[in-house]
Design a binder for this molecule. Structure first.
Ligand SMILES: Nc1ncnc2c1ncn2[C@@H]1O[C@H](COP(=O)(O)OP(=O)(O)OP(=O)(O)O)[C@@H](O)[C@H]1O
Length: 707
């Protein structure tokens, strides 16, 4: 096919007959040439080009309108499905996010827990000042990000006109980039700082909420799980509400800003790019839901693994003595594998989603490149405009790609936040404050037809109609077979739990009416395996009450602890190690007695040790206990004959019921459960002890009840 010579000359491209000193074409000339080219083309080519253009335009128009209609349909369907779910009442299964905590009922009405994205965002309210500054920096850095491509394109065009213009434009571009980098620095620092502050506050609030809970809560939740919530879940939330939100805002602004510039540069080219948006948004919503679910499971599995680790490490002595290291490892590995499984699903989902988004984005870029190239070819836009446009496309694509992963992270945090909010919202069944504070304690302790079942084992009633009275200033011994309910009685007195029915009174006041914190300060409990904290002996003794060194020393002397403490190199500053592992059993007990004595309690709750201490140590502990009992109302879970013998009253608890009540001599004379119990225990330990010996005072430190 022959070219028209006149047209070739006018267009002035690479033809040898064009004069080299010819002036460059004016825009008008180009437009004339452009029109001329088509007018002078042979009819067949003319028709083909028209057809092709019509075909492409039709495809673009169809894609554009299809996407608009699709988006609208999606929106309507989402609204309809939400409405339908509510009607069908299966929302609970599908919309677990907000409903997960709805089970809790107050006055018969379900409480709708406020767990949603907005609540997550509200966590950073106290950091609003810092966040506002960070948002300003974000605005500045996004402005730089969105204006830079425009100047980039201008540089390309300036390079084709004059050096002066090129220099000026490059300088402006450089300044835009530098301003963006500085703003970015502030943005990142301030958002992260706000996040750190938020997470520190959240951890404190969460810890406070955990320790305020009633003891039953701790029966049902494992320690490792709770510590995992404090450490790991809060971290996820920190990332979500600061880094992720800032990135979300940044990328959304980047997308919107870029699209505005793109529309101004060329609307039809922007339309091509927008055609893919509904596909991405639909995928992102589905992906978000999926990730949220898995992430919650992942965090739960992780918490299980932490619990297993915590349990085995804190019981390391038992693990080692049973050579159970492999067993512990297997248990931990199983938990970790379960979390890994969820992690794997998460990774595959993330990879697939990012990959798919990548392909869609690549297709969109290619489409824009092709269509833009065509416009340049047709002289509708300059090469500089196409360059700007392509950079904007990359901006949008990049932002979309990252937005999807940030969105995923954010949804993960929403999953993790469910448990956090659950803990934060939980009001303890027995709150620590509130109630009466009596001016002076009068009257003893009274159990009146108390029935009790542990909430964690609802099918096992532990106390059945237990009634007894402890006179003020009396020492009462609780005895009975193992598992009968003795410790449960002590737990109820400390108000760790409330009875299901019946009442426990201090004087004439029901314990439920008393301020638990005040009431607990009136008593001290010494258990047979006392727990110390990983601090100095001095801090352990003054744990329940601020006291000066003299008071601490006095309490230690009373508890027969002073001498052994002084024999240590660091004396009262000796660190006892985790749970007091660096002290012997007897030493720990004496420190615990000193801790109880320092409070100078009105009521002393004692669980006598059954663990075999050496004779000297046992004597010292016993002496300390005897001293501690003086002039107090004492309830002691007794294991020694000497204790029951000295008690004003012995209460026999068997299978959750009060079996017998009276003094040691009365009960022996009654020839009932108590006598059998005493005889059985004594003969099990020392076969040569006869029934007659019981009324004498044979061996003071004999173990009475077998644990
Ligand atoms: N935190 C708890 N959660 C659920 N059940 C519990 C809990 N503590 C104890 N029990 C159950 O309550 C019953 C009574 O236990 P309790 O510790 O009061 O007995 P006890 O008489 O003190 O036994 P021992 O002399 O062996 O210490 C037992 O069946 C026990 O399994």
């Amino acid at each position: 096919m022959e070219e028209d010579p006149q047209r070739t000359r006018l267009i002035g491209e690479s033809n040898s007959d064009v004069s080299p000193d010819r002036e460059p074409e004016s825009q008008d000339e180009i437009r004339v040439n452009y029109r001329y080219r088509y007018y002078t083309l042979p009819s067949l080519r003319y028709i083909n080009v028209i057809r092709m253009m019509l075909f492409i335009d039709a495809i673009i128009a169809i894609a554009f309108w299809a996407s608009v209609i699709f988006s609208l349909l999606e929106f309507i369907m989402a609204l309809l499905s939400f409405w339908a779910m509510r009607k069908l009442k299966i929302q609970r299964i599908l919309h677990r996010l907000n409903d997960a905590l709805e089970e809790v009922e107050e006055d018969g009405k379900p409480i709708k827990r406020d767990v949603n994205i907005f609540r997550l965002v509200r966590l950073i309210k106290p950091e609003m000042g810092m966040i506002s500054l960070a948002a300003l920096s974000l605005l500045a850095s996004t402005a730089s990000q969105t204006t830079a491509p425009l100047f980039f394109g201008m540089v390309v065009d300036a390079a084709q006109t004059s050096m002066a213009r090129l220099n000026r434009t490059v300088l402006i571009l450089l300044l835009i980039y530098i301003a963006g980098a500085i703003a970015g620095l502030f943005r990142a620092t301030l958002f992260t700082l706000a996040g750190q502050r938020m997470v520190a506050r959240l951890r404190k609030e969460l810890f406070n909420s955990i320790i305020q809970q009633e003891i039953a809560f701790f029966d049902q939740n494992r320690t490792g799980e709770l510590t995992n919530r404090l450490a790991s879940d809060t971290q996820v939330i920190q990332n979500a509400v600061t880094v992720n939100i800032s990135m979300l805002a940044r990328y959304i602004m980047q997308i919107i800003g870029s699209l505005v510039f793109m529309f101004v540069l060329n609307a039809s080219l922007t339309g091509v790019l927008l055609a893919v948006v509904p596909i991405i948004s639909l995928g992102a919503v589905q992906y978000g839901k999926f990730v949220r679910r898995i992430r919650q499971k992942f965090q739960d599995r992780l918490a299980d693994a932490s619990s297993t680790a915590e349990e085995n490490i804190s019981n390391i002595r038992t693990v080692k003595s049973f050579v159970a290291e492999n067993k512990a490892l297997t248990l931990y590995s199983e938990s970790v594998d379960k979390s890994y499984l969820e992690g794997k699903r998460l990774a595959i989902a993330e990879g697939s989603f990012t990959g798919t988004i990548g392909i869609i984005v690549a297709a969109a870029i290619s489409l824009v490149l092709w269509y833009g190239g065509k416009l340049v070819f047709e002289k509708d836009i300059t090469a500089g405009v196409l360059t700007s446009f392509l950079l904007y496309t990359l901006n949008v694509a990049f932002a979309f790609g990252l937005l999807s992963s940030v969105y995923g992270d954010f949804m993960q945090a929403v999953g993790a936040s469910i448990r956090i909010f659950e803990l934060l919202d939980k009001t303890p069944a027995i709150s620590n404050q509130g109630g009466m504070k009596l001016d002076n304690l009068q009257g003893g302790l009274e159990f009146d037809r108390v029935q009790f079942t542990y909430p964690s084992r609802p099918d096992n009633q532990v106390l059945k109609n237990v009634s007894f009275h402890v006179e003020r200033g009396q020492m009462v011994a609780l005895v009975g077979p193992s598992g009968g309910g003795k410790s449960t009685i002590v737990n109820l007195i400390e108000r760790f739990y409330d009875p299901d029915s019946g009442s426990i009174k201090l004087g004439s006041t029901n314990l439920k009416l008393l301020d638990p914190s005040w009431f607990r300060k009136q008593m001290s409990a010494v258990s047979q395996e006392p727990t110390l904290f990983a601090c100095s002996i001095r801090d352990n003794i003054s744990y329940g009450k601020e006291a000066d060194f003299n008071e601490v020393q006095e309490a230690a002397k009373q508890a027969n602890a002073h001498d052994f403490i002084m024999s240590f190199e660091e004396k009262y500053d000796t660190l006892v190690g985790e749970r007091g592992v660096r002290l012997s059993g007897g030493q720990k007990q004496r420190v615990a007695i000193a801790r109880a004595l320092l409070i100078n309690p009105d009521i002393l709750l004692l669980d006598e040790a059954t663990s075999a201490l050496d004779a000297e140590s046992e004597h010292l502990v016993q002496e300390a206990i005897d001293r501690a009992m003086n002039n107090r109302t004492v309830l002691v879970i007794a294991h020694r004959l000497s204790t029951v013998r000295n008690a004003n009253k012995v209460i026999v608890i068997s299978k959750g019921q009060l079996a017998e009540e009276g003094t040691h001599d009365e009960l022996i004379a009654r020839n009932g459960v108590y006598k059998k119990l005493v005889l059985r225990q004594l003969t099990a330990g020392e076969t040569n002890i006869k029934e007659d010996n019981l009324t004498d005072d044979p061996v003071d430190n004999r173990v009475l009840m077998n644990k």
